[in-house]
Design a protein around this ligand. Sequence first.
Ligand code: GDP
Length: 297
Amino acid sequence: LVRLRGRLARSQSVFGKGLLGLLSRDRLDDDAWEEIEDSLITADVGVEATREIVERLRDRTKVLGTRDAAGLRGLLAEELLAALDPDLDRSLTFKGKPTVMLVVGVNGAGKTTTCGKIARVLVADGHSVVLGAADTFRAAAADQLATWAGRVGAEVVRGPEGADPASVAFDAVKRGVETGVDTVLVDTAGRLQNKVGLMDELGKVKRVVEKHGPVDETLLVLDATTGQNGLEQARVFTEVVDVTGVVLTKLDGTAKGGIVIAVQRKLGIPVKLVGLGEGPDDLAPFDPAAFVDALLG
Ligand code: GDP
């Protein structure tokens, strides 16, 4: 439903020379295979997925008689694409009146920024949007969200500092219902003190919001530059709430784009959107084919 401009192509160069640029050998000997394996691991594809991809590639090059790096490119592209599960549904659900989206993730991942960027796209598409500042623990978070709201033309609902996040979330959705807006985006706090605390907090936010109706999307925001450790942290969120999609931020300027493969594989949740910068237009739908192209350089 949301038409986000596909601008991943712009980030063609962000992965440096591209995976195959790293391959200094023309012939596919053992050293070359090791280089390919290292490049994939360096790009954060993950050890397990890398092993599988390389094993399949070795088999296929043998069967097909591929001997050079150029011939390998097409095969590697196919394997990377397959590893990304290209047929997954990555669209956002807009069912509710209003549509309600919870935005979750650890602090600093880019939740507030992502709320602002999504609001920007929706408003540009003619939707009305309420932003709920339920991250009441970080003093600046509500201010930051209010700034985004002003910038993109959305309304912000916030509580006093230190207010109960669930009550702010409730008020935001209530406001959305009363004023008949199309979408309410709820920015939540990402304190990962422990799983029980997080579960209590996010669980409560979800429960009170659901008094108004079902939550349509729960988006997990994940910083691509935090690599495999960040992924382990993020997994806790998927155990606490029903995450329906991942937004992978900070893909601009990282050579670690392969994390997309690891995310989907480890979390079993589609990457729906990617963050490509700090500005309001630096958000794009995740397009697996364009992504593989960018990754290969
Ligand atoms: P939150 O704590 O999860 O709400 O994170 P913020 O939205 O405050 O973002 C933390 C920092 O990351 C800010 O400086 C953002 O400008 C920056 N940021 C967020 N998304 C992106 C992105 O896609 N690319 C880059 N380069 N920076 C981003």
